[in-house]
Design a protein around this ligand. Structure first.
Ligand code: HEC
Ligand code: HEC
Length: 480
């Protein structure tokens, strides 16, 4: 281990409960323990960064190495002052570029207007903010039809993600892209107006020929990395049982089944915004490959447009660049990240909001409580009662949120119910300012008002609530 890693390991060990790590002792209500026994009570910018309690010395050592892989700045050339291996094509220099402090990506555009009390005060309902680069956004592309496993059909040159960096002077970037936001106002039952924004995407400077007229394009904002190991530890049967519930109030729910290259088999989808990845290992390997341009045992090749003559001959930092040990460390790093405890659980306004969350049917999709099963991959995560506020299923949230880009069984307008645990700390963690798959919602009110399709009833219930009740529901989300 390098001295830097050792120093981090010492720092982590110093944070273990015995030595006064922010622990669960100060949190009493069981509903506050979002991650079961693995909950940490930290509401600062470090809230998403703690390893689960109960890791043994070897697991902690891997956690430290994984943390280093995750926070490393990767360089195109061996002589740069960072670790060699990035690219040839990539979207960022580090995982932490998009997941700062393990939080969600940041958006561009305008901050939300303060809501206004009476109708008619917002005159311009259709403002358009000019195009700006969006560095924490990923643009997914695919062609109509399916690949051999039923997944998206990759573009022959661009694959399934547009990389905005190449190697200067040697390998062209695949494309540049920018977002513009157009705003419109909606009026709630009590007359209050809320301004919503939605993105338009401009793709330019295509390096390897046209995308074609049939191209399907999806915009994705980086999600927060909270409690993913606990979600992996939920038994498949439990998720399938939720999918088998009789539809109520127009709400169904469908499990995604996806190809997992790391296990070479079809599996239940749990990760990614369309539940399009089946395991943390797969999700991590594809992130190394697509986002930074690092090969792994799972994806051993360089991520190159085949037409490029210079890309595939670039020097590599290793075969693969992320060695089996490095992947074996990054996987448990992501898996072991624990969940922050809730705050203000017993506050009357939060309690009121929690009741409204049930009454408005939010809890049908954002299922408050799940149980993990046996979990040999990380036994500390087994048999926990967790409160992630997701069913891990796909739901149709309406045409307004559709990206028209299917991903295995997920249609264009279907998204995985995102877990809501830790969401109240999103801003504290890294200043996060965008919710929903493309970051269009600048706060919880906007996020709720975009829900359509199966969630239309929930959205309408919210729009009919009194201001006090809407505030209570938001206070509840803020307590998560
Ligand atoms: C360019 C921005 C960007 C970079 C860099 C990036 N990610 Fe992500 N990450 C995303 C986006 C966007 C998503 C949502 C992906 C989707 O669903 O299609 C995501 C999702 C994830 C998820 C799944 C979260 C969930 O709730 O299911 C994991 C795990 C993850 N990233 C790990 C990593 C790791 C590890 C790295 C570094 C190797 C990395 N990411 C680098 C943008 C990024
Ligand atoms: C039919 C299932 C369903 C119902 C009912 C539902 N949601 Fe959602 N919710 C989703 C899905 C799916 C998304 C992701 C949509 C997207 O990213 O475009 C989402 C996104 C969210 C987000 C943003 C999360 C993030 O990480 O960006 C919040 C907050 C939220 N819902 C709160 C609520 C509240 C509050 C209610 C009740 C008023 C509710 N939801 C009702 C399925 C549902």
């Amino acid at each position: 281990m390098s001295t830097a890693s050792l120093r981090l390991l010492v720092a982590i060990l110093a944070l273990t409960p015995a030595a006064g790590r922010p622990d669960t002792a100060s949190v009493s209500a069981p509903e506050a323990l979002s991650g079961g026994a693995l909950t940490v009570s930290d509401s600062a910018d470090t809230a998403y960064t703690h390893p689960a309690a109960g890791l043994d010395a070897r697991q902690l050592e891997l956690f430290v190495l994984g943390h280093r892989m995750f926070s490393n700045r990767w360089a195109f050339f061996w002589f740069e002052n960072a670790e060699f291996g990035r690219g040839p094509t990539s979207n960022a220099q580090a995982c932490t570029t998009c997941h700062t402090n393990n939080g969600r990506g940041l958006t561009t555009g305008t901050p939300a207007l303060p809501s206004v009390g009476a109708a008619g005060e917002i005159r311009d309902h259709h403002i358009t903010v000019p195009f700006e680069p969006a560095p924490n956004i990923v643009v997914r592309v695919s062609l109509p039809g399916e690949d051999v496993h039923g997944g998206p059909r990759l573009h022959p040159q661009y694959g399934d993600q547009l990389q905005i960096f190449g190697v200067q002077g040697v390998v062209e970037p695949e494309a540049a892209f920018a977002l513009a936001w157009s705003e419109h106002a909606v009026t709630l039952a009590d007359g209050e107006q809320i301004v919503l924004r939605k993105p338009a995407l401009a793709i330019s400077e295509l390096g390897y020929g046209p995308l074609g007229d049939d191209i399907r394009v999806g915009i994705r904002l980086a999600s927060a990395l909270v409690g993913l190991g606990l979600l992996e530890a939920v038994p498949e049967e439990a998720i399938l049982a939720l999918a088998a519930r009789a539809p109520a109030d127009g709400i169904g729910g469908k499990a995604n089944r996806v190809w997992d290259e790391s296990q070479h088999r079809m599996t239940l989808g749990r990760f990614g915004l369309k539940a399009n990845h089946g395991s943390i290992r797969e999700q991590v390997a594809i992130a190394f490959f697509n986002d930074i341009g690092l090969s792994t045992p799972v994806y051993p090749d360089q991520n190159c447009p085949p037409i490029s003559e210079t890309c595939s001959v670039q020097m590599v930092a290793g075969k693969p660049e992320i060695t089996p040990l490095r992947l074996d460390a990054t996987e448990p790093y992501i898996r072991a990240l624990s969940v922050p405890a809730r705050r203000n659980v017993d506050h009357p306004q939060v309690r009121r909001g929690e009741a409204l969350f049930g009454q408005a049917r939010c809890a049908v999709c954002h299922v408050p409580e799940l149980k993990t099963g046996p979990f040999p991959a990380l036994p500390a995560l087994a048999h926990q009662t967790i409160r992630p506020y997701t069913d891990l299923l796909l739901h149709d949230t309406g045409e307004v949120l559709s990206d028209g880009r299917p991903d295995f069984l997920a249609g264009g307008s279907e998204w995985r119910t995102p877990p809501l645990w830790g969401i109240g700390l999103a801003h504290a963690v890294n200043g996060a300012d965008g919710f929903l798959h493309d970051g269009r919602a600048r706060n919880f009110v906007e996020a709720i008002l975009w829900h359509g399709g199966e969630a239309q009833m929930s959205r309408d219930a919210f729009a009919r609530m009194s201001r006090a009740d809407r505030d209570a529901l938001v206070a509840f989300l803020q307590s998560l």
